[in-house]
Design a protein around this ligand. Sequence first.
Ligand code: BYC
Ligand code: FE
Ligand code: FE
Length: 482
Amino acid sequence: MLDGIDVDYDGLIPNNVGLADDARVKKALETWHPGYIDWWKDMGPEGFQDALVYLRTAVSVDPKGWAKFGFVKMPDYKWGVLLAPAVEGRTIPFGKHKGEPVWQEVPGEYRAMLRRLLVIQGDTEPASVEQQRHLGATAPSLYDLRNLFQVNVEEGRHLWAMVYLLQKYFGTQGREEAEELLNRRSGHQDNPRMLGAFNERTPDWLSFFMFTTFTDRDGKMQLAALAQSGFDPLSRTCRFMLTEEAHHMFVGETGVARIVERTCQAMNAAGISDPHDVAAVRALGVIDLPLIQRKINLHYSLTLDLFGNEISTNAANAFNAGIKGRYREDKLAGDHQLLDETYPVLRCVDGQIVEQQVPALSALNMRLRDDFIADAAGGVGRWSKVIEKAGIDFRLTLPHQAHNRHIGEFAGIEVDPAGAVLSAEAWAARRDEFLPTAGDAAFILGLMQPVHAVGAYASWIAPPKMGIDGKPGDFEYVRIEE
Ligand code: BYC
Ligand code: FE
Ligand code: FE
């Protein structure tokens, strides 16, 4: 008997949603499955489809022990449909339906809104896999290669999560959207992914670690807001996705920390104290700290764009409807309706950055972005601690939120990382101080040589403090047939 915690592995699609007794949805998902596998083989990790990878697979949704580890070929990974357990007596936590029982079916009036949010969320998942598909060729170790693939298969599962909701609750339209999710392509000229950052390139491992630090953290924030939803199947889906998301940010944050650590070690060993002596640092085969800062500036600003406009009626409507809440809505004080509250928003007025109080309902994207910034600042602070401990005079920081923006209030002005507004000429003259350059890209690509020996690491990254699943340093995380 399924109790909603254990996962049924009998059919093609592991699940804890009783798929065996839901012939219509089971058939729809089984019909979608071959297209998904084709997409994975075409657009998933290139060159490693036959390798045995030490992956974790969900076998339960019990927070205390939901995963088991084992060697799997990625196309055979058990992508399942997994919902966190229902909370008995749960009521809608916010908006105009606050206090009413949560919905188990889609309310007709919110159908279009919900479908749009599911499609946008679903679209980002395969997009990230597409963006990362060439990275296997240049992995700095088998440990990192395995982590990349773990992230990739879980993003694939996140696509399944959204496709299940579309197939189960949105009929023919849901089926069509599920098809389209397999057809759009990151960076494609005519049929791109929906949101800006998911059409950018992830050309090297420093970018991968920045992406998983910042962009996956947007995933965390958006999923946390959707986990508050009055549409209970969405809430339960997102709650389980968040348990996986934590690992993606771990990969990113520790990845950058290990790069920073290695750079500091090499500088100290060579007696280089000036982090701005870039030529000397690069000659050591490590990545200079100013370049790491430029990568932060790029990936952070691209990710801020994912929160949409500072002032948004879409966001207000979704909140009022009880569909998308605030970060940790259930832990916040107040009336959870925001009818009389205001919120401070940074705006662009006559080319200058000013703070204004606006109705809190219209500022929900800004508010989620602020929560994101606070969360992201913690990670960057930990990177700076590594530098401080090594005794090197340099700090990594988050740039000003108006820096390098293409969506929202600041799309029309140029702002340096410290927050000063620049003329177009000054921006053009100084852009290469702020953001990665063609020279940076060439340097990093030169460093990106694969390391496949067991227990070995590339020159530019320190080994991790601990193995995955308690494994020792010489564990063969990926068995590559060569
Ligand atoms: N690019 O009223 P606004 C993840 C559009 S990451 C292109 O501000 P709203 C993951 C917007 O769609 C999390 N277009 O919009 C991470 C709207 O268009 P329409 C993904 C953009 O709705 C790593 C118009 O501008 N999940 O999971 O308040 C690896 C007006 O804007 C962009 C979600 O995002 C952009 N950046 O806010 C793997 C959650 N920004 O409809 C996975 C679901 C805005 O007028 N999405 N536009 O034609 C949402 O909640 C909202 O749609 C957004 C936008 C927050 C994205
Ligand atoms: Fe995801
Ligand atoms: Fe993720």
